[in-house]
Ligand binder design. Structure first.
Ligand code: C2O
Ligand code: CU
Length: 500
C-alpha cells in the first residue's frame, strides 16, 4: 500500500510503457495496484446512518434541523480520527421526504470554515441549491425550502464551497436524501433491515490515525484511498434477515470509480439509477459507479449464505498510467452480506417499475457541446462571476459531453435529472436507461443527454455543471447556467446554440 506513496513522492517519472518492464520501477508500479479480495476480515457490523427526525411546522412543511461540526470517529484501533459530520461526528443522517411535500432544512454551520450544503440530484430553485453561491459562514445558519417534485430516488447531500468541496466531503460531510412516492411499487423498503444505505468512501489514514489529505495519486486526480469504508465502517458486514435485500449504492468517494459485483459471481437486479427507478428490473453481474453516481440493487440470498460485495477493476478507457494511479486496476472487498439461517420471505420484484417519458428523439442534434479537460470546460475554467449560458424555462435541451484529454472525468448537472440518448453514437446500455444526474465520460466518447428545465426563472441565481471528481471540480472543471423565461441572459457569454 505504501508503495503508491513512494511513487507519489517523486522518485520516478517514467512513461507508463517503460514502467511496466523496467526493473525496480516496475516493482513499484506493480505494487501500486491494490487487491483486497479475500483479505478483509469483516469484523464490524455495518453502521446504518440514522434517519433524520423531522417535524411539521405551522405551514405544513417538513422541517429538518442539521448542524455540521467537527467530531471524532473510530476507523481502527488506536486514536479516534478527527472528522466532520452532521448531527454526529461523521457523515450525516438520512433525510427523507415524499413527493409533493415541502421541506425546510435549518442548517447551522459549526465547522471552523465556510461551507455550503448542496442537494445533489434535486430539482429546486437555484437559491436553495446550496452550491458555491450559498456560502454559510462558521456560526451562521441557512434555511432553504422547496417542494419535492420528482420521482422516488436515492439522492444525497454534501458541501459545495468553491475550491474546497473535495476536502469538505472527504472529512465526512455526506448523507443520503431519500425521496419517496405516495404509491410506490412493492419493493424491499424497511430502512436498515431490507433497504440499506451503502455509502462507499475510500480514505487514507496517517500513522497516528488522522485523515490523510495528501493527494497520493498522479495527475491531479485528488485523493485515492486504500481504506474503503461503507457508511463510515471499515471491513463491514451486514446481517441479512430477509430473502431479498435492497442496497442503495452511493459512490461518495472523491475520485475512485467502483465496478460493483459479488465475489460469488452472482447475478443481482438493478432497479434504480441516480434519479429514480428503471422502467424494468435489470439483471446483471456488475454496476459501475463514478463519483456521485448511485444505483439501487436487489440481491436475493439463500439462508445461511455469505457473499461479498466487491469492486472489480472499472472500465474507464484510460491509458495504463492514469488507470493505475486512479485505482483503476484495484480489486476491493467492500461489504460482506451474512444471511441468517432462516430468512423472511420477500415478495418477487414487479415486472414494471416506472414509466418515464421520453424527453427527446435520440437523433436530435445537440444544442450545446461540452468538452472536458483538466481543468476546463470548452477551454474555460470556472469563474464565479461568469454565467456561461442561459436556458429557457420549460425547454428541453440535448447536450453532448466529451472528455477530450484522456483523464478520468464525469459530468454532473444541477437541478435536473437527464436521460442518456447515446454513448459514442450507440444506444445507452440498460443501466444508463434511467434518470441520471451524473454520468461517467470515458475519453473521447461523446455522450448525448436530454433534459428539461422546469424551474422558475431566476437570471440572478446560477446552477452548476461540473466534473464530480472533486479535485477537478475544485480546480475549475465547472461552469454555470441560469434558467430564464426565454433562454436569453445578457450576462451569458455564449449563444444558446451552435457554438462548437
Ligand atoms: Cu454533487 Cu455540484 O455536486
Ligand atoms: Cu474530471
Amino acid at each position: 500500500m505504501r508503495r503508491r506513496t513512494l511513487l507519489k513522492a517523486g522518485l520516478v517519472a517514467v512513461p507508463a510503457t517503460a514502467a511496466a518492464s523496467a526493473g525496480g520501477v516496475g516493482w513499484w508500479w506493480s505494487g501500486a495496484d491494490l487487491n483486497t479480495a479475500g483479505k478483509i476480515r469483516f469484523e464490524n457490523r455495518l453502521f446504518i446512518p440514522p434517519q433524520a427526525r423531522s417535524r411539521r411546522d405551522a405551514h405544513g412543511r417538513r422541517v429538518f434541523d442539521l448542524r455540521a461540526s467537527p467530531g471524532r470517529h473510530r476507523f481502527r484501533p488506536g486514536a479516534p480520527t478527527p472528522t466532520w459530520g452532521i448531527n454526529g461526528p461523521h457523515l450525516a443522517p438520512t433525510l427523507r421526504a415524499t413527493r409533493g411535500e415541502t421541506v425546510l432544512v435549518r442548517f447551522r454551520n459549526d465547522l471552523p470554515e465556510t461551507t455550503t450544503l448542496h442537494w445533489h440530484g434535486m430539482h429546486l430553485p437555484a437559491r436553495m441549491d446550496g452550491g458555491p453561491h450559498q456560502p454559510v459562514k462558521p456560526g451562521a445558519t441557512w434555511s432553504p425550502t422547496w417542494t419535492i417534485d420528482q420521482p422516488a430516488a436515492t439522492l444525497w447531500y454534501h458541501p459545495h464551497p468553491h475550491g474546497r468541496t473535495a476536502v469538505h466531503v472527504y472529512r465526512g460531510i455526506a448523507g443520503l436524501f431519500i425521496l419517496d412516492e405516495p404509491d410506490p411499487p412493492e419493493l424491499p423498503g424497511r430502512y436498515g433491515v431490507d433497504d440499506v444505505p451503502v455509502i462507499v468512501r475510500d480514505i487514507n489514514l496517517t500513522d497516528d490515525n488522522r485523515l490523510d489529505e495528501r493527494h497520493r495519486s498522479q495527475g491531479g486526480n485528488g485523493i485515492v484511498g486504500d481504506l474503503v469504508t461503507v457508511n463510515g465502517t471499515p471491513a463491514p458486514y451486514l446481517p441479512v434477515t430477509t430473502q431479498r435485500v435492497r442496497l442503495r449504492l452511493l459512490n461518495a468517494s472523491n475520485s475512485r470509480i467502483y465496478r460493483f459485483g459479488f465475489a460469488s459471481g452472482r447475478e443481482f437486479t438493478q432497479i434504480g439509477t441516480d434519479g429514480g427507478r428503471l422502467a424494468a428490473p435489470h439483471e446483471t453481474r456488475r454496476v459501475q459507479l463514478s463519483p456521485a453516481e448511485r444505483a439501487e440493487i436487489v440481491v436475493t440470498l439463500r439462508p445461511g449464505e455469505r457473499d461479498v460485495l466487491r469492486s472489480f477493476p472499472p472500465r474507464t478507457g484510460l491509458n495504463l498510467w492514469d488507470r493505475r494511479w486512479t485505482g483503476g486496476d484495484d480489486t476491493l472487498d467492500i461489504l460482506q452480506l451474512r444471511a441468517a439461517p432462516r430468512l423472511t420471505p420477500s415478495p418477487p420484484l414487479p415486472d414494471r417499475l416506472a414509466d418515464p417519458p421520453r424527453l427527446a428523439d435520440p437523433a436530435t442534434p445537440p444544442a450545446r457541446h461540452f468538452r472536458l479537460a483538466k481543468y476546463t470546460i470548452n477551454g474555460r475554467s470556472m469563474d464565479m462571476d461568469r454565467i456561461d449560458f442561459a436556458v429557457a424555462q420549460g425547454g428541453t435541451e440535448v447536450w453532448e459531453v466529451t472528455s477530450i484529454d484522456g483523464s478520468p472525468h464525469n459530468f454532473h448537472v444541477h437541478d435536473v435529472q437527464f436521460q442518456v440518448l447515446s454513448v459514442g453514437g450507440d444506444d445507452p446500455p440498460p443501466h444508463l436507461r434511467g434518470w441520471k444526474d451524473t454520468i461517467h465520460t470515458p475519453p473521447n466518447v461523446p455522450i448525448r443527454i436530454a433534459m428539461r428545465f422546469r424551474g422558475t426563472p431566476d437570471p440572478a441565481a446560477p446552477f452548476m455543471y461540473h466534473c464530480h471528481i472533486l479535485n477537478h471540480e475544485d480546480l475549475g472543471l465547472m461552469g454555470q447556467f441560469v434558467v430564464t423565461a426565454n433562454g436569453q441572459d445578457p450576462r451569458a457569454t455564449t449563444k444558446p446554440s451552435h457554438q462548437h
